[in-house]
Ligand binder design. Structure first.
Ligand SMILES: C[S@@+](CC[C@H](N)C(=O)[O-])C[C@H]1O[C@@H](n2cnc3c(N)ncnc32)[C@H](O)[C@@H]1O
Length: 200
């Protein structure tokens, strides 16, 4: 699979993220970590990237399974002793069961297939925690839009779409009725943090 530049090397990915988040890239993981409950013993992370959250789970004694399309990220995670598996989540395979499913900085990759993605996550988990950027370079000038499009291609196609706060809430409203869940916006800054709890 040929991916965008930032997915080819972990150091490159971290550098870009640190610039985008002005050095506060890791604070995103703290925000989601704070939402884990004592009874959340098994965590499934979708699109895990560089294992920052996996390390947090390991540190707190939780089981962690990670799925990502990027071969390089998966190989690196396995080399670090994590249970990481390569999967194209746009193809809707059955997900491993877990207490809580987490996705950070990646929902925009699935904006064309959100109902299918949420249905899969509902079948596998009790809760879904999402942290999604809502202030983006992709909403900036032409150069910023070009770089963000080229840099973040994970598969064959570029993904120009990004959420802002209004479009993310609008998508959640529609999905909550269609799939059956309640959601709570936990915080909004550069990223919006959302907790999804499935209803019957
Ligand atoms: C912007 S990175 C976010 C990584 C990490 N969650 C973080 O917050 O730093 C997006 C991630 O989504 C993964 N990804 C993109 N499309 C995917 C797909 N169809 N299936 C699985 N993973 C995908 C990429 O490989 C990459 O690791």
């Amino acid at each position: 699979m040929s991916g965008g530049l930032i997915y080819r090397h972990v150091w490159c990915y971290r550098l870009v993220m640190s610039v985008l988040y002005r050095g506060r890239y890791r604070a995103r993981f703290d925000a989601v970590s704070a939402l884990l409950r004592e009874r959340d013993r098994s965590v499934l992370e979708l699109c895990f990237g560089d294992c920052a959250f996996a390390r947090k789970c390991r540190g707190s004694g939780r089981g962690w399974v990670g799925l990502d399309l990027c071969e390089h990220f998966v190989e690196r995670a396995c080399a670090l002793g994590f249970d990481a598996r390569q999967a194209d989540l746009a193809r809707f395979t059955d997900l491993p069961r877990c207490d809580v499913c987490v996705m950070m900085g990646s929902l925009y990759h699935f904006h064309a297939c959100l109902p299918e993605l949420f249905s899969c996550v509902k079948a596998a988990s009790a809760r879904f925690l999402i942290s999604e950027p809502v202030r983006n370079w992709a909403h900036g000038n032409r150069l910023q839009r070009y770089l963000s499009r080229k840099g973040t291609r994970a598969g064959e196609k570029e993904v120009p779409f990004r959420f802002d706060a209004a479009s993310l809430v609008a998508a959640l409203e529609i999905l909550s009725r269609r799939i059956g869940f309640d959601y709570r916006v936990v915080s909004v800054a550069r990223d919006m943090v959302v907790e999804v709890v499935w209803s019957k």
